[in-house]
Structure formats: structure tokens, C-alpha cells
Design a protein around this ligand. Structure first.
Ligand code: PLP
Length: 451
């Protein structure tokens, strides 16, 4: 317990409001309501400065997959800090945690994704990807191949590069984004935009927008396509089954690199090591972060194919972060991966917690405010609507109902996030069936309070 934990909540909130700038939050929200101050956590339960216990349905920010408070991780971090707290991996130096984690990721990643370039999180790993794919094509004497195609409502981070790749219009509006050479197609959100089409027809139609976009730009100018196997921050949009195989076919046809942003889907979230496996695709690059260290320390990476690593390795890639492959982060990630394997966490997602969440979550579709309720592995969403038949959004301000629902959830001591009028869940992967029941019961109560 830190000294600050002993200050009264109102005092902590006043300090927070006076000095701490929060991501994706207005100063008004912080000033009027004060932040809820989280002081400790164990398993799936957070504790706040008032001693309330809150069931964390978001695993922090989609990352604390092995649950909070694992002493093994703390021990490994402390040991590594004593032995070698830092050394870089630039200029022909290496260290054991980085090389062992790279080896482990090469083993876990599908196909010939055998090479790892480390970053600090998902955003800067995607920055690496932008520079890497453009450098790859330049080295292959095709420097004009520099356009990257992405999707509206995709999320790839908050750096200039990551937010440019992302299709969040509210982010593009701030800071002069996107950077040149990023193009967008529509997202595969069947429930909201599918109209009369079956999910299968709609999935194919949305994937074929990629081919139309490639033809419009000129295939010789397109470097890569990037997408999350399942969009997370966009509202957990699970694409129709026809979508990803068609995207793969189109990328193969035009020789375009496929980047799977696995920052949320990676490391068991969908019941396989990677969402690419769940969706049946073979990316050339995977972006990973979050679940790589279960959020205990910051780390991200690009895992790339033999071919890309060879071409990039033949030149000097003028890119890297001081903390690329930070020894403490790598040691923690290795311990996290050991826990995931030895405790059979993926089997738990596939066979126990995932099916139980699906059953309980889909019951919420009966609620008068809920249009769609879907789950894949341990990520799910519900779409809120005033009219299930027309699937209409809430008229005046689609974000408001979701916001109120999130507030009701918080008051009922569960964390469920809202994205516009979608509510999303991505709990720690170690959540039990009993905890899922508590969560869904409280979620239903919160929805009732929004009626
Ligand atoms: N990519 C995806 C798919 C994400 O969900 C996120 C974060 O939510 C990022 C990238 C950005 O990662 P970070 O916040 O670690 O920079």
C-alpha cells in the first residue's frame, strides 16, 4: 500500500483533477464527478479507494488476461531488475530475455512468422509496421507501393501512425490526421449496416470493397491491408464467417501484405493463441501488445514473416525504440506466456468460460434495449437500440444511452465499457463461471435501470 492510498478519496480526486490529464476523457467529467480511484486488485476484482469491490469485465484495457495480483510475475520482474534492469538491443547487442521471448513468440505464432521487432505497446508497434512494409517494398524496387488500406472504425492506436491507420473519425479530426498514403474501406458490421443481406452476403460484399479499393488506387501502389481479426475498440464487431477468407483471397491475388492487428485478439482472447487462427487467415505481420505481458508492464511487438525479415535484414532498418525488447518487460512476458500454457488458460476460454459467457450473454438479447448480443471466446458486445425491428440507433445522441449504461454498471460494481451505443466485455481470461454469472446479472440490472 502506498502512502497516497491513505489519503481520503476526495483529496485524491482533487489532486487528480488539478494535475492529471486523462486519455479519452473530458476535464468536465473529471471535475464534476471525480475519477474512481482504483487502489488494488486480485483475480478479476478491483478495489477502489472507498473499499468497494468491482468486477472488471474489461481486463483493465483488454489486457490483464491472467488476472490481477499474480506474485510469480512480480517475482520475475524483481529478479530481472536486480540482474539486468536495462540494456538496449541496438547496434549488435542483445540480452537473454529479449532473444528468449523472440524465440517463444516465433514458436507460438502461426506459419513462418518467426521474427520479432519489439515496441512498447500496440500503437508504436503499428508505427513500426508502417515503416517496415514501406521499406520492404522499397527494398524490393517497388517504392511506389506505399499505400496501406484499413477500415473505418478500426482501431490501431493513438500515435500519429497508429491513429492514422485507425478509422476513428474523431481521432482524425485532432492533430491533422491521417498521414498520407492511408485509405479506408467500410467495416464488416452486419447488425448495424447489413440491411436485407444475410451475414454471409454482407461479409463478402464488405471484403470485396478491398478489391474495389485496390483497383481504384492501382494494385502496383498498394503495400498492405491492416485489420483487427475482431474489431475491439470499435465495439467488438465480430465479422461474418465469409469476411476474412475473402480478404485473404484478395490480398493473395494482388500480392498485398496482410497485417493482423492482434493487440486485443492475441494470446487467447478468442480461444486460440491468435485471432488470425480463429478467423482462418495467414498474416504476413501480426501486431501484438496488451495480453503479451497481461498488462503488467508495457510491451508490444511486430511478429513478421521469414520473407519480410530477410528483406528488412538486408538493409539497415533505421528504426527502434530505446525500450525495444526491454529486459524486464520481456521477462514478464515470458512468465505470462508460461502461466497461460501451464494453467491451460486457452482451454478454459474455449471449453469453459467462453461457452458459459456466450450462453449467459445471449440471454441479454431478450432485454428491451438490446438488439444484438454476441460473443467470440471471451470478447463480446451488445448493441443498444430503441427499436429492435428497425435496428435504429438512439436518435439525438447515440453515445448517451451507452454512457448512462456504463455509469449504471459502474454504480453496480462492474466495469463494462461503452462504444457509442454498443456495450463491450472482455474480462480476464481466468474468469470463472460463477463470476460470469455475477457479471451478467449485474449487467442486466444496469440495463433495467436505463429503461
Ligand atoms: N491496436 C489495437 C487493435 C488496439 O486495441 C490497441 C489498443 O487498444 C492498439 C493497437 C494500441 O495499443 P496501445 O494502446 O498499447 O498503444
Amino acid at each position: 500500500t502506498t502512502v497516497a492510498n491513505h489519503l481520503p478519496t476526495t483529496e485524491l480526486q482533487a489532486i487528480d483533477a488539478a494535475h492529471h490529464m486523462h486519455p479519452f476523457t473530458t476535464g468536465k467529467e473529471i471535475n464534476e464527478n471525480g475519477a474512481r480511484i482504483i487502489t488494488s486488485a486480485k483475480g478479476v476484482w478491483l478495489k477502489d479507494s472507498e473499499g468497494q469491490e468491482i468486477l472488471d469485465g474489461m481486463a483493465g484495457l483488454w489486457c490483464v488476461n491472467i488476472g490481477y495480483g499474480r506474485p510469480e510475475i512480480a517475482d520475475v520482474a524483481a529478479r530481472q531488475m536486480r540482474e539486468l534492469p536495462f540494456y538496449n538491443t541496438f547496434f549488435q547487442t542483445s540480452h537473454v530475455p529479449a532473444l528468449m521471448l523472440a524465440k517463444k513468440l516465433a514458436e507460438l505464432a502461426p506459419g513462418d512468422l518467426n521474427h520479432v521487432f519489439f515496441a512498447n505497446g500496440g500503437s508504436d508497434a503499428n508505427d513500426t509496421n508502417i515503416r517496415m512494409v514501406r521499406t520492404y517494398w522499397a527494398e524490393k524496387d517497388q517504392p511506389e507501393r506505399d499505400v496501406i488500406i484499413s477500415r473505418w472504425n478500426g482501431y490501431h492506436g493513438s500515435t500519429i501512425g497508429g491513429a492514422s491507420l485507425g478509422g476513428m473519425k474523431g481521432m482524425h479530426a485532432q492533430g491533422g490526421l491521417p498521414i498520407p498514403g492511408i485509405e479506408f474501406i467500410d467495416e464488416p458490421n452486419w447488425w448495424a449496416e447489413g440491411g436485407d443481406q444475410t451475414p454471409e452476403e454482407f461479409g463478402l460484399a464488405r471484403a470485396r470493397q478491398l478489391e474495389e479499393k485496390i483497383k481504384e488506387i492501382g494494385p502496383e501502389k498498394v503495400a498492405a491491408f491492416i485489420g483487427e481479426p475482431i474489431q475491439g475498440a470499435g465495439g467488438v464487431i465480430i465479422p461474418p464467417a465469409t469476411y476474412w477468407p475473402e480478404i485473404q483471397r484478395i490480398c493473395d491475388k494482388y500480392g498485398i501484405l496482410l497485417i493482423a492487428d492482434e493487440v486485443i485478439c492475441g494470446f487467447g482472447r478468442t480461444g486460440n493463441w491468435f485471432g488470425s487462427q480463429t478467423m482462418g487467415i495467414k498474416p504476413d505481420i501480426m501486431t501484438v501488445a496488451k495480453g503479451l505481458s497481461a498488462g503488467y508492464v508495457p510491451i508490444g511487438a511486430s511478429i513478421v514473416s521469414d520473407e519480410i525479415a530477410k528483406v528488412i535484414g538486408d538493409t539497415e532498418f533505421n528504426h527502434g525504440y530505446t525500450y525495444s525488447g526491454h529486459p524486464v518487460a520481456c521477462a514478464v512476458a515470458l512468465e505470462n506466456l508460461r502461466i497461460l500454457e501451464e494453467e491451460n488458460v486457452l482451454e478454459h476460454v474455449r471449453n469453459v468460460a467462453g461457452p458459459h459467457l456466450k450462453k449467459r450473454w445471449e440471454e441479454l438479447a431478450e432485454h428491451p434495449l438490446v438488439g444484438e448480443a454476441r460473443v467470440e471466446g471471451l470478447m463480446g458486445s451488445i448493441a443498444l437500440t430503441p427499436d429492435k425491428a428497425t435496428r435504429a440507433p438512439f436518435a439525438a445522441d447515440a453515445g448517451t444511452v451507452g454512457y448512462i449504461c456504463r455509469e449504471r454498471c459502474f454504480a453496480n460494481n462492474i466495469v463494462m465499457r461503452h462504444v457509442g451505443d454498443r456495450m463491450v466485455i472482455a474480462p480476464p481470461l481466468v474468469i470463472t463461471c460463477e463470476e460470469i454469472d455475477i457479471f451478467v446479472d449485474r449487467a442486466r440490472k444496469s440495463l433495467d435501470e436505463c429503461l
